[in-house]
Ligand binder design. Structure first.
Ligand code: KIV
Length: 260
C-alpha cells in the first residue's frame, strides 16, 4: 500500500483522472481509502449530517472531530480538511486555525474557498508548510444561491482569472464547483495544477461528489450527481424488518442470546 502524496496528485494532471469523495466517519473512510486518491472531510457535513441550512453554521471544533476520525481510518488516500466559514479571514487567523487542524487531525492538507482575494493567505500558508487545495465556481460559504456559475462573460472571466491566480499562488489542486462545461475545460487547459470537478464536466482532471448523494442516502439529487445505489432504501427495509421481528418476538432468536 503506497500513501498518496501531493506530488502524485500533481503528476496525475492530464494523465490519470483523480478520484475523490467526501467522508465524515471512520467506517466510510475505511472503504474510500481502498479506491479514492483524495478523501475530503467537507464542511458539507453541516447540511448532510447535522441538518443545517448552509455550511456557514459549521464550527471548526465539529470539523476537527470528523477530520480526526477520517484520518485515523485512511491509511492510503490523501485526506483534505475543509476549513469552515470565517476560519481564514486573514493570513494570521488562517495559519493559527490551520496549524491547530493539522496538529489535532493529522490531515494531509486543507481546502479554502475563494479566488484572487485569498491568494495572500494561500502564499502565507504555503510558506509555513501547509498544503492548500483551492475551490472556485459555486462557493457555498459565500453564495446566496446554489446556481450554475460561469453563465455570462463577466462571470467566466472572473472565474478563469481566479483559477489562474490560485494556480500561481501554489495550491496543489483546484475544486471547480457547478460551472458550465466550456469554462471548466478552459480552466483545466490554462492552469498548471489538477482541477477536480463537481458539476463541472468530464474535462476536469478529477471528480468529486458528496458521498451521501452518490450512494443515495441524502435526498439531494441535482443533475450533476450520479446515484450509484439507494442506501436509504436498504436502511429503511432493514429497520422495517427489525421492528416486525421485535413485535413478533422473532428477535432476539436463540443464536442472539447468552445462555449459561
Ligand atoms: O464540503 C464539501 O463537501 C465540498 C465538496 C462539495 C467539494 O466542498
Amino acid at each position: 500500500m503506497q500513501k498518496i502524496t501531493i506530488n502524485k496528485i500533481l503528476n496525475q494532471k492530464g494523465k490519470k483522472p483523480i478520484t475523490c469523495l467526501t467522508a465524515y466517519s471512520s467506517s466510510v473512510a475505511k472503504i474510500l481509502d481502498k479506491y479514492c486518491d483524495i478523501i475530503l472531510v467537507g464542511d458539507s457535513l453541516g447540511m448532510v449530517l447535522y441538518g443545517m441550512k448552509t455550511t456557514k453554521e459549521v464550527k471548526i471544533e465539529t470539523m476537527i472531530l470528523h477530520g480526526r476520525a477520517v484520518k485515523k481510518a485512511a491509511k492510503r488516500s490523501l485526506v483534505v480538511f475543509d476549513m469552515p466559514y470565517k476560519t481564514y479571514s486573514n493570513k494570521f487567523a488562517a495559519y493559527k486555525n490551520a496549524r491547530k487542524v493539522m496538529k489535532l487531525t493529522n490531515c494531509d492538507a486543507i481546502k479554502l474557498e475563494g479566488g484572487k482575494k485569498i491568494v495572500n493567505i494561500i502564499k502565507y500558508l504555503k510558506k509555513k508548510g501547509i498544503p492548500v487545495m483551492g475551490h472556485i465556481g459555486l462557493l457555498p460559504q459565500s453564495s446566496f444561491n446554489y446556481k450554475l456559475k460561469g453563465i455570462n462573460s463577466n462571470q467566466k472571466k472572473k472565474i478563469l482569472d481566479d483559477a489562474k491566480a490560485l494556480s500561481e499562488s501554489g495550491v496543489f489542486a483546484i475544486v471547480i464547483e457547478c460551472v458550465v462545461e466550456s469554462l471548466a475545460k478552459e480552466i483545466t487547459k490554462n492552469v498548471r495544477v489538477p482541477t477536480i470537478g463537481i458539476g463541472a464536466s468530464k474535462y476536469c482532471d478529477g471528480q468529486i461528489l458528496v458521498i451521501d448523494d452518490m450512494i443515495g442516502l441524502s435526498n439531494f439529487r441535482p443533475k450533476f450527481v450520479k446515484q450509484y445505489s439507494k442506501v436509504s432504501k436498504i436502511i429503511e427495509k432493514s429497520v422495517k424488518n427489525y421492528c416486525i421481528d421485535v413485535r413478533n418476538r422473532r428477535f432476539p432468536a436463540s443464536q442472539n442470546v447468552y445462555k449459561l
